[in-house]
Design a protein around this ligand. Structure first.
Ligand SMILES: Nc1ncnc2c1ncn2[C@@H]1O[C@H](COP(=O)(O)OP(=O)(O)OP(=O)(O)O)[C@@H](O)[C@H]1O
Length: 580
């Protein structure tokens, strides 16, 4: 019989007047993986923060109901008590020390020490760190995850996926971890990295560790969870064995209405007037380098930009905005833009909703309404009242509020009021604030990068529909950059695939999926695929144990671009193929 580890009974939590968890009852058994799902703002993170003893819960009046861990009522004063008891948590925001190596972060507060002569003289305070032992421990933890990374790398120099793996390595390095809470751990990972993490989670569960897994990617929930718990508006709607349900049914519980996935309309770009032209553009963005890329963007179209992680697709918009050192030529509305001047594109009518919403997009301590109006005030002098012939200027607070309220309604931003700080919002709602900020600028060219990363299916649909509507109503040209090909195919008029810093090809959204796969991996045609098959002989070679080399081309392509939920281990393949 399964052994009960955690029991939550009649749990409730309010922030002031806002009741965000109502009468929640959940049981978690030893070695069980629970998929916790719900729309943005449903209360998932709050529930986990409550279990983990986060100060914010205590500081905002604590919680009601009972939480028992290993049969004992818990009353954690801080996350340290939770860690001590054997509960580890990886939050949506990283909590690593940027200037330290991965090793130092992984063993932080649990460093290995060795006996030294000085210790005998001066006592424990002068203990020496045993760096070899610490490196070995960190190496084992990283190895356990099944990912290739050097634990000696400094955190701030790491790609985001490695930061995520370091966080998880730190949690599993604690010997007594019995329950691991992972809040959207795959949101920042590519399909292949996510697959590695999913396999690791399965392994940890087999070793007896229970896992609460929060994600908006329902295919991941279907793949690895034993049980799904659905929250909606702070209420537990369903707790069910995963094998007894489907992602479609889960979606309906999450959003409380029936849902049809492919409702976005496509239209062909009829206009051939060039709005933006990139000529031999290069962008020195770490991990997303653009190399002498040529691209034309037509007025009024929605151009999708896709490609594998690290191939340069995200570098394009960042380069146009002057956020990383850029060269080549950018022509906007027939005028050559001076490069590397971040304010200039904004003044000319170009706006970027960055993939880095916390770093670039939002002032987390500012109110929602100030965030939404911020760029329009700074760049376009909007929302400003002038007195005495312009001698005295004042921000028109009333209009700032009115504008925010319109977008809160339109984009269904879940908040208590427009005066709430952006930092208090859930991730998906923060993303909607970034979009509202962009719409308020009324740009002629709107670039959005990874607009639906970390947001739930309902919000995803809303965001995409709003972008489409905005494009149709105002004729705004939109460049949408996304790792999710299906999302691009649903909304774009044309899709450019970026490989190795260049445009590998441009396809209509309805083109055969295999064509996209080929462009993404830089395979021009059958002969190169044949070559690839021959290089890696034997069953299990082509995709790290998934397909035999003689398998159908379509199947290989599907795996390469991560559909059917399987990992292609493509980077590895490309490395051994000598194409890099
Ligand atoms: N510190 C806080 N102060 C006030 N309200 C808060 C605070 N933290 C969260 N909330 C509110 O609680 C509700 C639930 O938020 P929570 O972050 O738990 O949602 P979530 O389901 O994790 O969403 P997401 O998927 O977007 O991360 C939201 O309405 C949010 O605005």
């Amino acid at each position: 019989m399964s052994e009960l580890l955690l029991k939550i009974e009649n749990l409730s939590k309010s922030f002031g007047e806002n009741c965000v968890l109502k009468d929640i009852n959940i049981s978690i058994n030893k070695g069980e993986i629970i998929g916790l799902v719900g729309e943005n703002g449903a209360g998932k993170s709050t529930l986990m923060k409550t279990i983990f003893g986060m100060p914010v819960i205590r500081e905002t009046g604590g919680y009601g109901g009972s939480i028992k861990f290993e049969g004992k009522e818990i009353d954690f004063k801080s996350p340290f008590d939770a860690l001590e008891a054997g509960i580890g948590m990886v939050h949506q925001e990283f909590s690593l020390i940027p200037g330290f190596e991965a090793t130092e972060n992984i063993v932080l507060n649990r460093e290995s020490t060795k006996n030294s002569f000085l210790e005998i003289l001066f006592g424990d305070r002068i203990k020496q760190l045993d760096s070899l032992e610490m490196e070995a421990r960190a190496g084992i933890a990283v190895g356990h995850l099944g990912v290739k990374m050097d634990p000696k790398t400094i955190i701030k120099e790491m790609p985001v996926a490695h930061k995520q793996f370091t966080e998880i390595a730190r949690e599993i390095e604690r010997e007594n971890t019995k329950l691991l809470v992972l809040d959207e751990p795959t949101a920042v990972l590519t399909e292949s990295e996510a697959e590695i993490l999913l396999q690791t989670m399965k392994r940890l569960a087999n070793e007896g560790i229970s896992i609460v897994f929060i994600t908006h990617r329902l295919n991941e929930i279907m793949e690895i969870s034993d049980k799904v718990v659905v929250l909606r508006d702070g209420v537990l709607i369903k707790e069910i064995e995963t094998k007894k349900t489907s992602s479609h049914e889960i979606t309906e519980w999450m959003i409380g209405r029936s849902f049809s996935e492919s409702e976005t309309v496509k239209k062909a770009a009829q206009n051939k007037e060039v709005l933006l032209e990139l000529d031999k553009l290069w962008v020195d963005m770490p991990g997303e380098t653009v190399k002498k890329l040529d691209l034309k963007v037509y007025k009024g179209e929605i151009l999708g930009i896709g490609g594998m992680a690290g191939q340069g697709k995200l570098g394009i918009a960042n380069g146009v905005m002057g956020l990383y050192t850029t060269g080549g030529e950018i022509t906007f509305r027939g005028e050559k833009l001076k490069l590397n001047q971040p304010k200039l594109p904004l003044e000319k009518g170009i706006f970027l909703v960055s993939e880095d919403r916390k770093g670039v997009g939002l002032l987390l301590d500012g109110t929602i309404e100030d965030n939404i109006a911020y760029s329009a005030i700074q760049i376009k002098d909007e929302f400003i009242k002038r007195y005495l012939g312009g001698l005295v200027e004042w921000v028109d607070e009333k209009n700032v509020e009115k504008n925010a309220l319109e977008y809160i309604k339109k984009l269904e931003i879940r908040c208590m009021s427009s005066k709430q700080t952006a930092g208090e919002l859930s991730g998906g709602n923060q993303q909607k604030v970034c979009l509202a900020k962009a719409f308020t600028m009324k740009p002629e060219l709107l670039m959005v990068s990874e607009p639906t990363r970390g947001i739930d299916v309902g919000a995803k649909k809303l965001v995409l529909e709003t972008l489409r509507e905005y494009n149709e109503k105002y004729g705004t040209t939109i460049i949408i950059t996304s790792s999710e090909l299906e999302e691009l195919r649903g909304i774009s008029d044309r899709i450019a695939i970026i490989t190795e810093g260049k445009v590998a090809g441009i396809l209509p959204p309805e083109a055969d999926i295999i064509k996209f796969g080929e462009l993404m991996v830089g395979i021009g045609g059958d002969s190169e695929l044949k070559e690839l098959r021959e290089i890696r002989e034997g069953v299990a070679a082509i995709t790290a144990g998934i397909l035999p080399p003689e398998a159908d081309k379509i199947k290989i392509g599907e795996l390469m671009i991560g559909i059917e939920g399987t990992d292609s281990e493509l980077e590895e393949l490309r490395g051994t193929d000598g194409k890099n």
